[in-house]
Every structure is written in C-alpha cells, then in structure tokens.
Design a binder for this molecule. Structure first.
Ligand code: FPP
Length: 231
C-alpha cells in the first residue's frame, strides 16, 4: 500500500451479509457467519496498519425485530465469540468495548460481554467498539434525558460526554458496504465531520485490499471541518 494518511477512528456498517448468502443460495445465517469471520480479518488488518479505534455496527435496535430464527442465529454468534471462542476476540490484542442497550440480551450473553470488557480494559494498543442493539437516536434521547435529570445545560463538548461513546474521539471515516447510501441510525451525532465511503461489495466479500482502497480514497479528502485552508 502507498504511504497514506490513516483515519485514527474507523467505523464500519457491515451491511450485505444476507444478500451475499442468498446470492449463493445459502441461508442468511450463513452470511452472518461469514460476516463475523470477515469482521475479524478486516478489523485486525485495520489495527495492524495503525488505526487506533475501530467501531463496528453489529446489531441495530431495529435488527432485533427480524424473524426470530435470524435473531437467534446472531445471538448464537455472540455467544460463540464472546464466550466459547472468545480467544478469537482476545487475540486482536485491543480493548473491547460494547456500546448499546444490552439489557434486553439473555443473561449469559450479557455476562460474557461484561467479562470480555473487564478482561481487556487495561489494553492500550487499540480500541474495538462493538455496537449491539445500538441506535443513534435512542442514544441522543438518552443523553438529553440524562442532562435534564441532572438539571444541567450542556454544550457540544459536555453533551458528547453523555453519549455512549463519551470520551472516544469522533469517527474520521465511516465505511458502509452493501451498496446502500445512508447511515441508518449509526453514530449520527458523532459523524458530523466524518468522511463517508460506500462500497457496493457485500460485507463478507469486502477484503483487506478493499479496506486499503478506502484508506487511499480517504487520504485524498480535504478535511476542512467547515473552515478554509490557509495560504
Ligand atoms: C447487516 O447485514 C448485518 C447485520 C444485521 C449483522 C452484522 C453482524 C455481524 C457481522 C456479526 C457480528 C458478530 C460479533 C461476534 C460481534 P444484513 O444481513 O442486514 O444484509 P442484507 O441487507 O443483505 O440483508
């Protein structure tokens, strides 16, 4: 890969698992299974290249209303990789942080998540945020209610701290695979100045080389944050 400027914080909407599987005459569950494998491959590559923070959208609040069998399959994958095969997570060598409302999850999954976060909390090499049962609007409303309940007026900086991403710098680059050109309730407040990159590849087919191409493209962007460039 050419010498390029990397995003410090990369966020990914891993879309297209279901369609990728159906095109191969396989069940949607197979797409999710291959989607997780690809998550490990692509995110590990991002950290190896020097990205400090990676945030993935693994389950939206809306996804929970999918057919029961599909939700069960996603829960099975969470069980597998947060518990029985959690070494796959731990070997990424980064701090793992789960963002979203996990109170609706079965008790064993919740416990596995808390345990994994506890086990990796002192790691400083990188941060891997997994958004589970996450919705940006819900996150913003929750933060507003928090401020109101504390009788506080907030500004941008103090409001950011009340979000579930409080203390984490905003994403520099958001990649969405699967060909849809929208954010779908993902990091709406935090993405104010994020660069957006859309790929027509379905998530299980999005390769390490595709990631590098996204970084090359990001490198060419002129990020002015609403200001003008001097000189
Ligand atoms: C969107 O594809 C993807 C999801 C709803 C789930 C993504 C989850 C993973 C990759 C698993 C994460 C696992 C762990 C252990 C963190 P879609 O199926 O909605 O795609 P479609 O638009 O083709 O239907």
């Amino acid at each position: 890969m050419k010498r390029i400027k990397l995003p410090a914080h990369l966020a990914i909407i891993m879309d297209g698992n279901g369609r990728w599987a159906r095109r191969r005459f396989r069940p949607r569950a197979y797409g999710h299974k291959m989607g997780v494998q690809n998550m490990f491959k692509v995110c590990t590559h991002a950290f190896r290249l020097g990205v400090r923070i990676v945030t993935v959208f693994a389950l939206s609040t809306e996804n929970l209303y999918r057919p029961k069998a599909e939700v069960e399959e996603l829960f099975r994958l969470f069980r597998l990789y947060f518990s029985e095969r959690k070494e796959r997570m731990l070997e990424m060598n980064v701090k793992i942080n789960v963002i979203g409302d996990i109170t609706v999850f079965p008790e064993d999954i919740r416990a596995a998540i808390l345990q994994m976060m506890e086990e990796t909390k002192d790691r400083t090499e990188g941060l891997f945020n997994i958004c589970l049962n996450y919705g940006a609007r819900q996150e913003i409303v929750r933060a507003v209610n928090l401020a109101v309940s504390q009788g506080r007026y907030v500004d941008d900086a103090s409001f950011s701290q009340l979000l579930q991403t409080g203390g984490i710098p905003d994403p520099d680059l958001i990649i969405r695979t699967g060909g849809e050109l929208r954010l779908s309730n993902f990091l709406l407040y935090q993405s104010a100045y994020a660069e957006l990159y859309f790929s027509y590849k379905m998530w299980p087919a999005f390769s390490k080389r595709d990631l590098e191409k996204a970084f090359e493209n990001y490198s060419l962007r002129d990020r002015r944050f609403g200001k003008v460039r001097e000189g």
